[in-house]
Design a protein around this ligand. Sequence first.
Ligand code: SF4
Length: 317
Amino acid sequence: MAHALKIPPGGKAASRVAARYPFFATPYSLELAAECPGFAKQVFPDPRELSDAGSMPADPFGETGLAAAAVPGLKQRYPDRVLVMAAAGCAMRCRHCTRKGMLGTAQTMSSPESIAKAVAWIEKHPRVRDVLVSGGDPLVLPDAAVARLHDAFASLRQIESVRICTRAPCTLPMRITPALVRILARSKKTWVNTHFNCAGELTPDAVRACGMLVDAGIPVSCQTVLLKGVNDTPAKMLALLRALQRARVRPYYVFLCDPVAGVSHLRVPADKARALEKTVAESIGGLALPRFVADIPGARRKTPVSELESVCGPRAF
Ligand code: SF4
């Protein structure tokens, strides 16, 4: 990605953090961060990222050990879904990323040989009906590689949906081009799961990118991460949800920030999340109302914040 910035502003303190958790941002992200304080918190290294070293896991879901047998880049946590690690990188390194300690190191799959192995594996597992193409961000790949991945999985009769998990509509909206949209729309099986965290991220460019996908018949939903100082008040969360609805993006989940090393300073306690969910539910229609959940290691589904204490006990989150 040309002209991306890899050395963070902020002098030695920021560079020390970036040596542990790399910094990477495109000119678009930097311009947006200059205008949107909530987005800036997701872009720039913070010295507090180093304060929980040793007390929090780097890989809370054991993803590095989840590889489906003999297929590098293919992972399975649930019986009916598989995750394809399509690319190691992203258009931006989000400071709250669950994979922040592992980004760039995962085994990925985009070569014809590795995709063929994944297809063969899926065909031997007929319960799989949903493929999540993630990474990293699959839309950092060129169109030809995106097409190869999309077509290989969408053409399988057992596969009912191919989910493209990408933050590009937010962090690099110019990546959503007419040619890319044509590739994604041709199977009629594609869903795009994207990631916006505050209303300021819904710029005219971002709204245009989401609109192009929706106009082509691709459902777009948003997975938000609940972040301290970004979207943890009713006013900020409602502004985000209303902006998403105006952009025709369905708010899907609001995730509690995962218990991963380097993000403690951004995490919001579960009781505050529960209160926020209640206020939001009383203030907005169901179409724009996401589910507030946590991803609990070992759980068979996303856990509603209202059930967290009974699932994990009072200490967790
Ligand atoms: S785009 Fe997603 S995977 Fe990439 S750094 Fe941000 S949160 Fe992590």
